[in-house]
Design a protein around this ligand. Structure first.
Ligand SMILES: Cc1ncc(COP(=O)(O)O)c(C=O)c1O
Length: 465
């Protein structure tokens, strides 16, 4: 389905999809109501021209769909990949909904702890864990996925013969190939992640690693993120499953008890529908590796984008419109600082765009072709190019849809632009919108402070010595 005043990433302004579910209709209605209310309340307007909005019910519906899809005899521990939206209130909402959390940096770990995740609900990834980080996780029984043989040897030294307090896995790269976006594909022949399974001797080395370490009890594979088709992801998961079967068979004991299958369910950025669904993914996995679900292994998942993306919206005010070389351009306040991937790789990360008037009502009327530009000082700072949209005028509101993951939460500080405020919203059955502040807008003073204000004299003083 598409909404009035919107355009899909392919430039069409219609394109109703017959498969639109009730939940995607609800989401579109709630988003429209939230944008109008945000304008009315002044959360979005001339004095606050950029805001991130998150549909709380949409997030919870995604969690519900995930749980439902994986229901069955196998115990499942669903974790949210904190990198997708490292905002403490969002993490707390997910903790409250029963999720665990996958973290891949000390900052994400602290955010997850601040959100209330207990140690046993965390999974610690990252290809570059320091000794200190490993010690922290080992001492608290946080599940860890080790990335390489050097890290294994480091953990040998840190444990010094002691039992591990929590699950410890080994990340493998099944080398099944790339999806549509190279930078999102973690199972290529030369990917930096995990142990490259198809390299000569790798499988034997992994079996040997398990044979000598009774505390090593999980395998981890994350094939990739956006752009990876389900059969490719399933092929990678099957390789990890088959390796677990082989390790356990060769060791004559069920040492591997957990399979962490990562995240990576792609998101549909073309229209409102959730496509593929978690149920589609589980069906694909059941076809590729039926034994995965029979209850012998605890399954761990690490979804990020698919849980949050479609519940997020960036709202921004159109400051000016102009034309250049026959092309209409609308200059907004949302650019590479909040839509980094779209600005730098527009073909890989197209976004749907909606246009609303200064009261936040969807604009209608004949379409004109326009570029939607951001405020950053480089030519590629565009969130949409040559898009057919109702005429855009100064003071209008532009909405960038499906931006709940890796967009307003993953700020890029180019041009020292401040991080925008983020609000969560719910609508009651009467359509009334309620907001909750998730993150305050960063002040310009805050930008200056974090750019070394307290060290302002440092270099002049150094030169003077
Ligand atoms: C190890 C790992 N797990 C999970 C994820 C989350 O992936 P997605 O947001 O595509 O579900 C990522 C993304 O980079 C990752 O690297």
């Amino acid at each position: 389905m598409s909404t009035p005043g919107s355009s899909t990433s392919t430039g069409s302004s219609s394109g109703a999809s017959s498969g639109a579910s009730r939940s995607s209709h609800r989401r579109a209605r709630a988003r429209e109501a939230a944008l109008a209310r945000a304008v009315e309340d002044g959360l979005l307007g001339p004095r606050s021209p950029l805001v991130g909005l998150l549909d709380v019910d949409g997030v919870l519906a995604a969690v519900g769909a995930l749980n439902e899809a994986f229901e069955g005899p196998a115990p499942v521990h669903h974790t949210f990949a904190a990198k997708a939206c490292g905002l403490v209130p969002v993490l707390r909402l997910l903790a409250d909904a029963g999720m665990g959390c996958e973290v891949a940096s000390p900052g994400e770990l602290e955010q997850a702890l601040a959100a209330g995740f207990t140690y046993d609900r965390l999974v610690f990834d990252s290809p570059a864990k320091t000794v200190e980080e490993l010690e922290f996780a080992l001492a608290r029984g946080i599940a860890i996925n080790l990335d390489n043989f050097q890290e294994l040897a480091r953990v040998d030294r840190l444990l010094a013969g002691r039992e591990a307090a929590g699950p410890i896995g080994l990340r493998v790269n099944p080398q099944v190939g790339a999806g549509a976006i190279g930078a999102m594909s973690t199972a290529t022949a030369t990917s930096k992640f995990g142990i490259a399974l198809r390299d000569p001797g790798a499988v034997d080395a992994v079996i040997d690693a398990f044979a000598h370490r009774p505390w090593l009890d999980r395998l981890h594979a994350h094939v990739g993120s956006q752009g990876c088709p389900l059969p490719l992801i399933a092929e990678g998961v099957r390789a990890a499953y088959e390796l677990a079967e082989r390790v356990n068979a060769e060791l004559g004991r069920a040492q591997i008890t957990g399979l962490d299958i990562g995240g990576g369910l792609p998101v549909n950025f073309d229209d409102e529908d959730d496509r593929p669904t978690y149920a589609d993914y589980v069906a694909e996995l059941r076809g590729a590796a039926p034994g995965l679900f029979d209850g012998r292994y605890t399954l761990v998942t690490e979804f990020g984008r698919s849980l949050l993306a479609k519940s997020g919206t960036i709202g921004t005010v159109v400051e000016y419109t102009k034309s250049a070389g026959g092309r209409r351009i609308a200059v907004t306040h949302a650019g590479a600082q909040v839509a980094t991937r779209t600005a730098f790789m527009p073909d890989a990360w197209p976004l749907r765009v909606g246009v609303f008037d200064a009261e936040g009502r969807p604009k209608r009327g004949p379409a004109e072709v326009v570029d939607i530009a951001g405020p950053c000082c480089f030519a590629g700072d565009l969130t949409a190019t040559a898009r057919a949209l109702p005429a855009v005028e100064p003071g209008d509101v532009v909405a960038l849809y499906d931006t709940g993951a890796y967009y307003f939460s993953s700020h890029f500080s180019y041009n020292s632009l401040p991080r925008p405020a983020v609000y969560g919203y719910r609508t009651d059955p009467g359509g009334r919108v309620r907001f909750a502040l998730v993150r305050e807008a960063q002040s310009v003073r805050g930008v200056v402070e974090e750019s070394g204000l307290s060290q302002a004299d440092a270099l002049v003083a150094l030169r003077a010595t």
